[in-house]
Design a protein around this ligand. Sequence first.
Ligand SMILES: Nc1ncnc2c1ncn2[C@@H]1O[C@H](COP(=O)(O)OP(=O)(O)OP(=O)(O)O)[C@@H](O)[C@H]1O
Ligand SMILES: [Mg+2]
Length: 369
Amino acid sequence: MSKTYLENIYVENFRNLAESKIEFSKNINCISGNNGNGKTNLLEAIYYSIYKKSFRKNTKEDLIYKSDNENYFVLKTNFYKEGKKFNHSMKIRDNEKQIYVNNQKNKRLEKIKSVPINPYDSHLFYANKKMRRDLIDNFISDYDSIYKKSLSHFSKALRSRNSIIQKYIGPESEFLRQIKVYDEIIAENGQVLIKKRYEFIKELNPILEQTFKEIFREPIDLKIIYESKFSKDVNKSEIYNFYQSDISKDRMVKSTRRGIHLDDINILLNNKYCHEYGSIGQQKVSFLSLLFSYVGYLQTHEKITPILLIDDISGELDSLCLDNLLKYLERKQVQVFITTANEEFAKRLNNILGSKHYVIDQGNITELH
Ligand SMILES: Nc1ncnc2c1ncn2[C@@H]1O[C@H](COP(=O)(O)OP(=O)(O)OP(=O)(O)O)[C@@H](O)[C@H]1O
Ligand SMILES: [Mg+2]
């Protein structure tokens, strides 16, 4: 399997980054610099070039360099995928996106995968059920277009269902007729989501266990579970009947109280919930293992080599884990961008054969030789 990697990027007016073109290593790229100098911004620019959106919640205007006279940013990237070179070029204004792929206007972006890894998301993951569901939905949607489509139809139908539950005024029979239409869409697409979530989690578990042992070497059983009202083999009519029962109670609370949209995904440590039983450190490494195991899943099951964007991991792990992680990354044969504000860690990254090292100082990016 030949590697997918980013050869270079040109940035102009993106956040605080100075206009520059940067050549990357196809192996490990270390981006070091003090806090608030632009390390995460560079990862964000790379992510944006791949997905045409940010991994942070923000608007286009937030991404444009703040000044009195700039109202656009430009990102130009050259990628290699399956031995072929191609480029993405985008000029984004407040109200307009100009996208070129291989110099042709308005073509679809080449399908490249990237996995952003940020230890700070661990807190949100354990605190917020929706975050957990979104993470798994994003994982599966990124490689499975059928799942992505089903999720979109499902979510749209659920929103419409909730909207008429809240606002409908008129004959009861018409209300029930409309709910039926949405419940049919929910059942049809929900069945796809349930089946694919169960399958994904089943395949992910052995990789998760292995990754956790490889990097973190903890003598603990780690597992991810999907908690749903429904079994893997549920059929459409069961789902439909479930949503159709007790509509009057949904009406009373003005929302769809139960169903697939409230399913959960949890990490278990020695068969207990990680967020209740694990130490803060164990919660973080379990979460990171989950992200790294997804990378393993993409490689082994989907034959995809994603580009890893690892943001500031050094403060989170002890020195043995960091060494294991570096060995793991070298073995993985993926392109990695890893940021750090820790000079010691930067030096260790520097010693890896074939790695490149950049320093960011107030948005100015310099390659160290
Ligand atoms: N649109 C923008 N225009 C100019 N500067 C911006 C813009 N958006 C963010 N910044 C600046 O970018 C800097 C933050 O960059 P970034 O988040 O990449 O830092 P970092 O190097 O990752 O820091 P840390 O180590 O603390 O995570 C801040 O100084 C912020 O004010
Ligand atoms: Mg940062």
